[in-house]
Design a protein around this ligand. Sequence first.
Ligand SMILES: Cc1cc2nc3c(=O)[nH]c(=O)nc-3n(C[C@H](O)[C@H](O)[C@H](O)COP(=O)(O)OP(=O)(O)OC[C@H]3O[C@@H](n4cnc5c(N)ncnc54)[C@H](O)[C@@H]3O)c2cc1C
Length: 134
Amino acid sequence: RAQKVLQDRAFANEKIDFLWNSTVEEFVGDGSKITGVRVKDVNTGEVTTHDADGVFIYVGLLPVSDPFKDLNITDAEGWIVTNEQMETSIPGIFAVGDVRQKTLRQITTAVGDGGQAGHMVYNYVEEVKEKLAK
Ligand SMILES: Cc1cc2nc3c(=O)[nH]c(=O)nc-3n(C[C@H](O)[C@H](O)[C@H](O)COP(=O)(O)OP(=O)(O)OC[C@H]3O[C@@H](n4cnc5c(N)ncnc54)[C@H](O)[C@@H]3O)c2cc1C
């Protein structure tokens, strides 16, 4: 799932081995430090132990979108779906930043989202005010 350029760099690095379709079962240690990692192949069920001097844990990303899960505005993974104007499918509900379904989650993109959403929220509030005044 990594960017292609990062995949290529990793595949070209002779020091990196890849274990596909596997989950970590256990970190093995000698009482004072890590000595290995026990890994299970999820297809075959085979458990193997791999020597290791240390581990770096990367847990991935989870969208914090629970309050919105019943509104039908999230995708299967929980990211909130918007158009380029940051509008969800529900008028008046906007989403910006990391919680949004998008490819690059960075400060720059979050700030851009915020600027766009601010503009759209202003327009939306003005429209609602006009309707209420009629
Ligand atoms: C380890 C790490 C390193 C990163 N390094 C970089 C980098 O070098 N450069 C870069 O551009 N980006 C970097 N990023 C990404 C960047 O931090 C995010 O893209 C950016 O912070 C997204 O901003 P945001 O406002 O969408 O979300 P966040 O910054 O996550 O802000 C969301 C806020 O909402 C709050 N919140 C959540 N749920 C609720 C709720 N129910 N009620 C009230 N508040 C709530 C949270 O507590 C949080 O304060 C990094 C991210 C991580 C995790």
